[in-house]
Write a protein that binds this ligand. Structure first.
Ligand SMILES: Nc1nc2c(ncn2[C@@H]2O[C@H](COP(=O)(O)OP(=O)(O)OP(=O)(O)O)[C@@H](O)[C@H]2O)c(=O)[nH]1
Ligand SMILES: [Mg+2]
Length: 424
């Protein structure tokens, strides 16, 4: 019955995983379908997961948490980080531990009745997140090709990071991996997540734990369909891909409220959908108007939602704008919070959109890359770690191909995407 294996790669990936497993642990008592993500042995639940990093700093943080019964096989680390260099993660340092990692994954998977999907968290700006992820995904594909879906929840570069030279190169090298080795990618960027939190919550400070919480809530609602309602979620993302390569999704999550905000109230159907589809709460924001190729609403609430299944009016209006109706899912479970300053809302939701307007961000990444590569900034650092120079242009070409695949579809798509939504 077990069917998802989680892999958390690089410092950011590991910390997102840390937050996610803390959340699963809180949700643990509410579900009878634990063995979707845990191995059950003699009444104990052990996470089916691999935390992989080239150094042990972040992994030690995770191991400090004794509440969760991780198995030894769930941790893989080497002696030194990839120092922000993709090729160190992919070719030199990463190679030293890859076989051990695959072995740890295999041993855990052997304890499962079946495996439907990998759920992967990482940030493609880091040397490990970009390089080691690429190596691992290439190797996993050999062993599990076509049998197992690979769903990524990935931090992309923020739009303002044009001076992070290594981060831009790493992200560029990772595009091929995201296109070829994943069935779906749910995209986040730190700046957008900061903006969303800043607009909604009056916090004195915001750190990575708040951003990781947003990612964890998104993943948990998605896997919650299976963990709480026994809904087969294997087609959740593939049902949003008109073409296999166009599998990049932008999520919006809400509502978030502070624990001491006593004004919080339940939203009506229209208010809630209107809120969730607002451009400003996207966790990966593009300057252009959305170009939704397909959309999905995922609601989360313990009691059956009184407006679930009665969306006709709203759906008609949404479909008028998007040219198609969003699919709707409901996960019946409470909304737990790991961060003590955030309130547990009665109802939350996620709006996933296959939004072609992300190409403006891909174009921006391409322009930033062109600028630094023209001056050959730090090319030596990658080449001295085993990268062949043609891979720079190969990476750039992969990005250009992806952008043009999306552009083709936009051309065919209805111009109605720019319309304001009338919800009443
Ligand atoms: N959302 C989020 N982003 C993070 C976190 N930690 C780092 N980042 C971002 O992710 C980028 C990559 O950092 P890491 O994930 O630490 O890098 P890595 O993959 O471990 O790679 P190396 O350290 O170079 O081996 C950073 O530039 C930050 O922008 C985190 O906990 N959460
Ligand atoms: Mg690191």
């Amino acid at each position: 019955m077990s069917s998802a294996f989680h892999i958390h790669i690089g410092g950011a990936g590991v910390m997102m995983g840390d937050m996610l497993w803390k959340l699963y642990e809180k949700e643990h008592n509410e579900t009878t379908l634990k063995n979707y993500v845990y191995q059950q042995v003699d009444g104990h639940s052990h996470p089916l997961t691999l935390f992989a990093d080239l150094d042990d700093r972040m992994i030690s943080e995770v191991q400090r948490n004794k509440q969760i019964q991780f198995k030894k096989n769930s941790f893989l680390y080497g002696k030194e980080e990839a120092s922000n260099i993709y090729s160190r993660g992919c070719y030199t340092i990463g190679k030293e531990i890859i076989d051990k990692g695959l072995d740890q994954i295999r041993k855990q998977i052997e304890t499962m009745d079946r495996l439907d999907q990998f759920v992967i968290t990482t940030s493609i700006m880091g040397g490990t997140g970009s390089g080691f992820s690429t190596l691992l995904l290439q190797r996993l594909e050999v062993d599990y090709k076509n049998k197992v879906k690979t769903n990524g929840f990935i931090i992309f570069p923020s739009s303002g990071m044009s001076n992070n030279i290594l981060g831009i190169y790493n992200a560029m090298f990772s595009i091929q991996m995201t296109r070829n080795h994943f069935h779906s990618i749910t995209m986040f960027d730190n700046q957008s997540m900061y903006n969303v939190i800043d607009q909604q919550l009056d916090l004195d400070y915001v750190d990575y734990s708040h951003l990781n919480n947003l990612v964890a809530q998104t993943i948990s609602s998605y896997t919650g369909l299976r963990r709480f309602n026994n809904i087969d979620n294997s087609k959740f993302f593939s049902g949003m891909c008109p073409y296999p390569n166009l599998h990049y999704f932008v999520p919006s999550y809400g509502k978030m409220t502070l624990i001491n905000d006593y004004t919080r109230k339940e939203l009506s159907q229209n208010e809630f959908i209107k809120y969730l589809t607002k451009k400003e709460i996207k966790l990966y924001q593009s300057p252009n108007n959305p170009q939704h190729l397909s959309t999905t609403l995922l609601f989360r609430q313990k009691e059956p939602n009184h407006f679930y299944g009665k969306f006709n009016q709203t759906l008609q209006n949404l479909s008028h704008v998007y040219n198609q109706s969003p699919r709707i899912f409901q996960c019946n479970s409470s909304n737990y919070q790991v961060l003590s300053e955030l309130a547990q809302m009665k109802q939350t939701g996620i709006f996933f959109s296959n939004d072609a307007s992300i190409i403006s961000r891909f174009d921006q990444l391409g322009r930033n890359f062109d600028k630094i590569y023209a001056k050959r900034a730090f090319v030596w650092a990658y080449v001295s770690e085993g990268l062949e120079e043609f891979e720079f242009s190969e990476g750039r070409e992969a990005l250009a191909n992806l952008t043009s695949e999306y552009s083709e579809v936009i051309k065919e798509d209805s111009p109605q995407n720019d319309l304001e939504i009338d919800y009443e």
